[in-house]
Design a protein around this ligand. Structure first.
Ligand SMILES: Cc1cc2nc3c(=O)[nH]c(=O)nc-3n(C[C@H](O)[C@H](O)[C@H](O)COP(=O)(O)OP(=O)(O)OC[C@H]3O[C@@H](n4cnc5c(N)ncnc54)[C@H](O)[C@@H]3O)c2cc1C
Length: 327
């Protein structure tokens, strides 16, 4: 499926803080248009290269370091237009926040990785670019950093990033100049002169930590969970909720540790034979996701192999396939 030609900003109303664009629009084009009005995508999505499109970003459900403080990609999606597996063009949501009657399909498409249909257009809420930004650092142990990140996240501080890497806690403050100065005075910490570069490199996985051939795992856990007893190197983003682990440990050991901390582990980069990329779903959740897949794509047209990896074989689809009624 090649959607790169289906591009262009359909409407952009800076005074309404809403943009609607076709799915093949490069993320860079959207961010450039917003920057021209001193606005931005609040979920700070990574691009992982030059080619990232709006549709791909929403389908991957990607959000950057600002996610715990501003919201995730799905929190900014106001509406979508899509084609489902029955070749129906459907529109969900709209261009305002209170737009959901019934099932919230637009937000369901975030992270669906193209398994439920083709996203044609997306409407997003956007945010004003903060007037001032400052990054401060603290040398701490990982567990002390987790405690601090959680303490500060619960306070009325203008936080927009909290990440721990290589024995250092990086805190980003964003807002008015007065608010940022006051927060710095309260928290202390050393001013990091290359703060903006640091957050871009974390977001885009350009730091040395993210390179190399050791498998990269993404652990999604409650932010207050203390360090998991797993071998490897860590980067803790999202105030402790998104933990990147570079480790050769056995996949089942990593997944067991993530589960017992109340989370899950995705093999984000690097293939391991016999290991599914996605954390196995509990049976009730798996059945629900299979029903959603079947409702939107009964013939299994969209990313079927990936879909099976994510949610397992859909029993209805298997039955229909055996009867020769679907692909
Ligand atoms: C688990 C995981 C690991 C990743 N690892 C890396 C990595 O190591 N390096 C890297 O550079 N990037 C990585 N990515 C990012 C990804 O490959 C793309 O770079 C990024 O999603 C944007 O590219 P794109 O817009 O060209 O989308 P694509 O790469 O073309 O597609 C990304 C996903 O979105 C779906 N999709 C795209 N457009 C639409 C649409 N209009 N409607 C519905 N579905 C759509 C596709 O089916 C696919 O599942 C990873 C993504 C995931 C989910």
């Amino acid at each position: 499926m090649h959607l790169a030609l289906h591009q262009g900003i359909v409407t952009y109303e800076p005074t309404e803080l809403v943009i609607t664009a076709r799915s093949g629009t490069p993320l860079s084009a959207i961010e450039a248009a917003l920057a021209g009005e001193r606005q931005m995508l609040g979920f700070e999505p990574p691009r992982f290269g030059d080619g990232a499109t709006l549709g791909g970003t929403i389908a991957c459900g990607f959000s950057g370091p600002r996610r715990p403080f501003a919201g995730a990609a799905r929190d900014f999606v106001l509406g979508v237009k899509m084609i489902n597996g029955k070749a129906e063009v459907l529109s969900f949501g709209g261009q305002v926040m209170k737009n959901v009657a019934g099932y919230d399909v637009s937000r369901l498409l975030c992270g669906s990785l193209g398994t439920l249909g083709v996203i044609l257009e997306v409407s997003l809420k956007v945010l004003p670019t903060p007037a001032s930004e400052l990054t401060v650092t603290f040398e701490l142990s990982a567990n002390d950093a987790i405690v601090r990140m959680n303490e500060w996240a619960a306070q009325p501080l203008p936080l927009s990033g909290a990440c721990y890497s290589e024995d250092t806690l990086y805190i980003r403050l964003s807002g008015t100049e007065t608010a940022v100065k006051a927060a710095h005075a309260r928290l202390g910490g050393d001013v990091h002169k290359k703060g903006s570069e640091y957050w871009t490199n974390v977001k885009e996985h350009r730091r040395e930590f993210f390179g190399g051939s050791t498998p990269l795992w993404r652990l999604s856990v409650p932010p207050a969970a203390m360090m998991l007893d797993l071998p490897g190197k860590w980067t803790l983003d999202w105030g402790g909720a998104q933990r990147w682990l570079k480790s050769d440990a056995a996949p089942e050991v990593i997944r067991r540790a993530a589960t017992s901390a109340g989370g899950q582990a995705t093999l984000f980069r690097g293939a391991i034979a016999g290991t599914p990329r996605f954390h196995p779903l509990p049976p009730a959740m798996q059945a629900l996701q299979q029903r959603i897949k079947h409702a939107l794509d009964p013939a299994g047209l969209f990313n079927c192999a990936l879909s099976q990896e994510m949610i397992g074989e859909c029993p209805t689809h298997t039955k229909m396939k055996a009867a020769g009624r679907v692909l």
